[in-house]
Design a protein around this ligand. Structure first.
Ligand code: UDP
Length: 340
């Protein structure tokens, strides 16, 4: 089938994607510096799939190490899925240089090393953050990008541009950027999931930690938005569904089915849920208590966004399938497992 290099393969989306790749018959080599993940993930992937992926620990923002890795593995790697990145929005505001150096620097090193070692295909983990608050919903791939709200968001936009420009210059390099909406959930085995360090920024980890008693109550950031119940709307996508989109993107590239050598797709469910709707779905599917209070808006939050997914449906033959209740139940199972 082929061997795929997954950078950031011990992280939340990376680890689930490694599982899906292996289950689809691909071999995987993970590169991760474990800056925000644990080595145990590698073995847990092996427990799920019956095969422990290869693993190397180094920092992809180190050019020498990246080039040397690709040259050592010359002729062995068929494609790269690049997840490795810093992802804390707030932290990126206070440490912009670290974010640009790591997130942009790593991509440049990888593209350069791909060229040198003859690897032709790249799938990049992008984000709907590149759209900002769109005027028209749902957002399609032709919705214009907006200036990012944070250095983190800007690294996604800049990296898309770098890939587009490099694919334009190097006709034998192919790239696909997947613009994720809000990835949530965990593998149904509860062997891998999301492990935020410290106080979670994202809604679902905060919800599961509150229900588990780690946090006193959930703060809902604002109920005075222009939405039916006043709380912001997002398109929450199951992490296993999202991971499968990477497998089909890789197949598209390896089979030469891509229509141009740089493409990008929205990866969401096509359905928007408000914070309150998500909270209620969690309570209903898990039966767990979830105390919450309404507080003021969070700076930088957008009001509403959800995806138009027709392009991914038609071109990739991919569609989200997991019902939100099941996704939330998996997130809850994972949280309980982590709490022992
Ligand atoms: N949110 C909230 N309380 C929290 C965390 C998030 O009310 O503790 C809301 C947030 O205002 C947003 C939604 O949940 O409307 C999703 O937030 P998240 O940070 O998960 O994703 P993003 O804002 O990046 O789409």
């Amino acid at each position: 089938m082929g061997k795929i290099l997954v950078t950031g393969g011990t992280g939340f989306i990376g680890s689930h994607t490694v599982v899906e790749l292996q289950e689809a018959g691909f071999e995987v080599i993970i590169v991760d510096n474990l800056s925000n993940s644990k080595i145990e993930v590698v073995d847990n992937i092996g427990r799920i799939t019956g095969k422990t992926p290869e693993f190397e620990n180094f920092d992809l923002s180190n050019r020498g190490e990246t080039l040397s890795f690709f040259l050592r593995h010359r002729g062995e790697i068929d494609a790269v899925i690049h997840f490795a990145a810093f992802k804390a929005v707030g932290e990126s505001v206070s440490k912009p240089l670290e974010y640009y150096r790591n997130n942009v620097g790593s991509l440049i090193n990888i593209l350069e090393a791909m060229k040198l070692s003859g690897v032709k295909h790249l799938v990049f983990s992008s984000s709907c953050t590149v759209y900002g608050q769109p005027d028209k919903l749902p957002v399609t791939e032709s919705t214009p990008r907006r200036p990012a709200e944070s250095p983190y968001g800007n690294t996604k936009s800049v990296n898309e541009d770098i890939i587009r420009d490099y694919c334009h210059a190097e006709k034998d390099i192919n790239g696909i950027a997947l613009r994720y909406f809000n990835p949530i959930g965990a593998h149904p085995s509860a062997l891998i999931g999301e492990s935020p360090v410290g106080i979670p920024n994202n809604l679902v980890p905060y919800i599961t930690q509150t229900a588990a008693g780690v946090r006193k109550e959930l703060s809902i950031f604002g109920n005075d938005y222009d939405t039916p119940d006043g709380t912001p709307i997002r398109d929450y996508i199951d992490v296993c569904d999202l991971s499968k989109a990477h497998v089909v993107a890789i197949r598209r590239l390896l089979d030469g089915k891509n229509k141009s050598n740089y493409e990008f797709f929205n990866i969401g469910t096509g359905r928007g849920l408000s914070v309150l709707e998500l909270v209620n779905a969690f309570k209903k599917s898990t039966g767990a208590p979830l105390p919450y209070k309404i507080v003021g808006r969070r700076a930088g939050d957008i009001e509403k966004i959800w995806a138009e997914t027709t392009l991914a449906n038609n071109e990739l033959g991919w569609k989200a399938t997991v019902p939100i209740e099941e996704t939330l139940l998996n997130a809850w199972k994972w949280e309980k497992k982590c709490r022992g």
